[in-house]
Design a protein around this ligand. Structure first.
Ligand code: GDP
Length: 609
């Protein structure tokens, strides 16, 4: 694996940095990518932009052309051979391009809609970028939507801004200021890029329009500038193979293939490679390294070109035997002649192990299933910061066995009988089983949507339990009867409340001595269904207030005054272990100190330890 590492460092050994585009949905990520890919007709073919597997390669000549309007004096020096931009914008690919906690994506463009400011996925993206320490710039996109904007296609931003009327300039200034404040609230200092004195201290904001192309030359120049300033050792050399699986796909004529981003080093046909699969490490040999055929050669039989070797950075499709079950987001390592195969397999498997070992030791928590290693990691990080415990994790589509696994939670912690599924398909049978068992499956391809759904689910459950608990909760009271108006079915007695607070629905009991056995006997006499004084219905009666008439009802076999009860018997609220626990869980703030003391006093009467 190290063979290329120590090669002499010449210009041929330079590799291109990798760039990802992140941001909230609909900010214009795809449109920006399309716009920078577009060849500029007036200035002829922008030399050699190539469509790769999962990425687009911009050789430095193409970038020079595209940035010419903002580099008229040629003062900006280009030092990298080109730029590889990942084609699928968003969290997914960024999260997957990772290696031991660091990012293989060297640089990122965070797209913000200048009309909307920071949105939920903008914040998620910022968190990812911060965690991975990835330098980034911010494209403040859709400037053409500022009211009254006059466009000059593909112009440099500063020139375009100077052409606008005062009203547009003012609106721009205001939105820029708002954006800076919003970034500061997230702990990032930001500056309009041409006023930024230190790219290490301030995030650069570059206004763009993916529709008119304005600001895009500035953005491209800026991204190279940031790369060159922030790259370790100032330039990037080819060295040890670093490679990540971005997609696993079956292709006619090739069987199962993997689309990888080679971020460093060299891959050759026939190389022995190792990557992560659902059943452990997969070790196989590269049968073919495929890149898309150039457009003009599409009439050729195959859509792919076979390569003997490929150099970083690029996107390439690998065909090899035994790739079924390969996991997207997995690292790919080359096993050289001097390498120990089992060491490398262990290392590959440890990526998966590290994630699977992050489950709750108590075994109580939700089940999480994601499409790739990277998205699983991002989701676990997010759930951790949201303090949602995770008991099971999985990769790939959800099958019945995954739901069954989650179902063990029905007995342990019903509210955790929930699957949070990120960007994965749910098998029909699995869904049916879940519905049948009462296991909730939430799916989303945006992390915070999952979080919202889960939070809502939890609050509904809490509400339901509080509702159910109403009949279980018993506030303590002690009643001294003064008159019996009706002996039974229902019992109606006049009482003084001598302790606590008598409330509607309270279960009432008398404590008597059995006349035959002499043992203590708790006589349950029913629940309070009416509290009345001077013909007025009351909800409660507190200790010391004037007497009330209390109606006590019981479904059947209610004890009878004169037979099971006597007027002199003191009446108590019937408390139990469960009723006390319920008060503690749902009504703690409603129970006064005196009431807690009274509960304590009543406990021995009802033999509650
Ligand atoms: P993504 O979800 O971030 O990839 O966003 P898209 O690239 O799909 O763009 C979302 C919508 O915004 C589309 O209707 C685009 O045409 C529109 N859009 C993107 N960029 C711009 C822009 O610079 N100006 C204007 N006016 N609309 C834009």
């Amino acid at each position: 694996a190290h063979e290329a590492a120590m090669a002499a460092r010449s210009a041929d050994d330079l590799r291109s940095p990798i760039c990802c585009i992140l941001g909230h949905v609909d900010t214009g990520k795809t449109k920006l990518l399309d716009k920078i890919r577009q060849t500029n007709v007036q200035e002829g073919e922008a030399g050699g932009i190539t469509q790769q597997i999962g990425a687009t390669y911009f050789p430095v000549d193409a970038i020079k052309q595209k940035t010419a309007v903002v580099n008229r004096d040629n003062s900006f020096e280009f030092k990298v051979p080109g730029l590889l931009v990942i084609d699928t914008p968003g969290h997914e690919s960024f999260s997957n391009l990772r290696s031991r906690g660091s990012s293989l994506c060297n640089i990122a463009i965070l797209v913000v809609d200048i009309m909307h400011g920071l949105e939920p996925q903008t914040l998620e993206s910022m968190k990812l970028l911060r965690d991975r320490k990835t330098p980034f710039i911010v494209a403040l996109n859709k400037i053409d939507r500022l009211y009254g904007w006059k466009k000059v296609e593909n112009n440099g931003f500063q020139e375009s801004l100077a052409l606008q009327n005062k009203g547009v300039q003012n609106e721009f200034a205001k939105r820029l200021e708002d954006t800076k404040v919003a970034f500061a609230e997230q702990g990032f200092n930001s500056e309009l890029y041409y006023e930024n004195k230190s790219m290490a201290k301030f995030v650069s904001l570059v206004p763009t329009s993916a529709h008119t192309g304005e600001g895009i030359p500035d953005m491209l120049k800026l991204i190279l500038q940031l790369t060159q300033e922030r790259m370790v050792g100032s330039l990037m050399y080819l060295s040890e193979v670093q490679c990540t699986v971005l997609e696993v796909k079956a292709i006619e004529g090739f069987g199962m293939t993997i689309d990888v981003i080679l971020s460093n080093g060299v891959l050759r046909e026939g190389d022995k490679i190792c990557l992560c699969g659902v059943d452990g490490a997969i070790t196989t040999n590269v049968r073919a390294l495929l890149t898309p055929a150039p457009l003009k050669e599409l009439r050729l039989k195959s859509a792919y070109v076979h390569n003997k070797e490929v150099k970083a950075a690029l996107g390439v499709k690998i065909s090899a035997p035994g790739l079924e079950g390969a996991i997207a987001g997995s690292r790919l390592m080359v096993i050289g002649p001097d390498d120990d195969q089992s060491d490398i397999e262990d290392e590959i498997e440890s990526d998966l192990g590290a994630l699977f070992s992050r489950v709750e030791k108590s075994g109580r928590g939700v089940t999480v299933q994601a499409s790739t290693l990277g998205s699983l990691e991002a989701l676990l990080d997010f759930l951790k910061s949201s303090k949602i415990p995770v008991a099971n994790v999985g990769i790939g589509p959800v099958f019945k066995r995954d739901v069954m696994n989650c179902g063990t939670m029905l007995e342990k912690n019903k509210e955790y009988a929930v699957m949070l599924c990120f960007d994965v398909k749910i098998d029909k049978e699995a869904q049916a089983y879940a519905d049948d068992q009462g296991i909730k499956i939430f799916t989303a391809d945006i992390i915070y949507h999952l979080f919202d759904a889960f939070t809502k689910h939890m609050s509904i459950i809490a509400e339901k339990r509080k509702e159910e608990s109403k009949l279980l909760a018993v506030f303590p009271c002690v009643l001294s009867p003064v008159a019996v108006f009706n002996k039974t079915g229902p019992i109606i007695v006049g009482v003084d409340v001598v302790e606590g607070n008598l409330r509607m629905h309270t279960p009432i009991a008398a404590v008597k001595q059995n006349s035959v056995t002499g043992l203590k006997e708790i006589v349950n006499i029913g629940r309070v269904t009416g509290i009345e004084r001077d013909h007025k219905q009351l909800q409660n009666c507190k200790k010391g207030q004037p007497s009330v008439a209390v109606k006590i009802e019981m479904g059947s076999h209610q004890p009878t005054y004169g037979r099971h009860l006597e007027e002199k018997d003191t009446l108590y609220s019937l408390i139990s272990r469960a009723s006390i626990d319920c008060l503690k869980e749902f009504y703690r703030s409603d129970v006064s100190n005196d009431e807690w003391l009274l509960i304590k006093k009543l406990k021995p009467l009802f033999d509650i330890p």
